[in-house]
Design a protein around this ligand. Sequence first.
Ligand SMILES: Cc1cc2nc3c(=O)[nH]c(=O)nc-3n(C[C@H](O)[C@H](O)[C@H](O)COP(=O)(O)OP(=O)(O)OC[C@H]3O[C@@H](n4cnc5c(N)ncnc54)[C@H](O)[C@@H]3O)c2cc1C
Length: 262
Amino acid sequence: MKIVVCIKQVPSTTDAKIDPETKRIIREGTKAAMNPFDLYAVEEAIRIKERIGGEVTALSMGPESAKNSLIEALSMGADNAVLLCDRMFAGSDTWATSYTLAKAIEKIGGVDLIICGKQAVDGDTAQVGPGIAAKLDLMQATNVSKIEGISEDAITVSRLNETGLDVLRLRLPALITVIKDINEPRIPTLKNARKARKAEIIMWKPDDIGAEPDKTGLYASPTRVVRTEPPETRNSVTKKIEGGVSDQAKALLDELVSRGLI
Ligand SMILES: Cc1cc2nc3c(=O)[nH]c(=O)nc-3n(C[C@H](O)[C@H](O)[C@H](O)COP(=O)(O)OP(=O)(O)OC[C@H]3O[C@@H](n4cnc5c(N)ncnc54)[C@H](O)[C@@H]3O)c2cc1C
């Protein structure tokens, strides 16, 4: 079973700075970590490998510093790590990002299953997984909470929806996106963490994956982040209401009236 798991490096800080020119997050030099949902994607890929054998490749598109998230995936048990790193890829929106990742997956070749996280905590669009599946014309299931069964040619999953659970059977190759309910990511052993630090990270540029210049990066992205601004901080005042139930109810009523809320 040849599995590719897509991992994104995201700012691990709430005060990420925005570039006033490009309106994009300044990623260089910002404290960053693997996107939380992708930890569950990596864990699930390794569990499938342990269950039915195979090989796991962790794939990321990002700045050089994204190597750290790939090293983390290797220390959890991924076999290979590929970083798509080039100025040409910078500023990609979800359309361009899924195109570029799809090209890299084609280059890896013979992939049976692609696993993505449900969404990235910075862009928050949850569009890249389905975008890759569409570009590679694959069956897909999003928000997967459990893998019910997997064989060489099919995977059965259950996914959460608004009213309950769907159980879906997908012909392989296919793509799934996972939620946090699916597993508990392992803590890498020191031995594996050390080994991962010495492992080679394959670096690919647009030419290596045959990416067309007008299909990747900021200028190929149909979506323009027009304005990004931090949300207004509300200076809310907390007031503790003391006394018996009826006193508290009366005090609350007075407070709401005094604030003109009723
Ligand atoms: C504040 C903000 C708002 C944005 N708004 C938009 C927008 O509205 N529309 C738009 O098109 N773009 C937007 N972008 C750009 C968008 O973040 C990037 O295109 C990004 O590469 C992918 O989108 P996402 O972060 O929403 O990822 P999601 O689609 O939420 O990610 C889902 C999964 O896809 C995989 N994945 C995502 N990115 C990568 C990667 N670089 N490498 C490997 N795997 C990956 C991971 O498994 C991840 O869990 C925004 C960026 C920011 C910072």
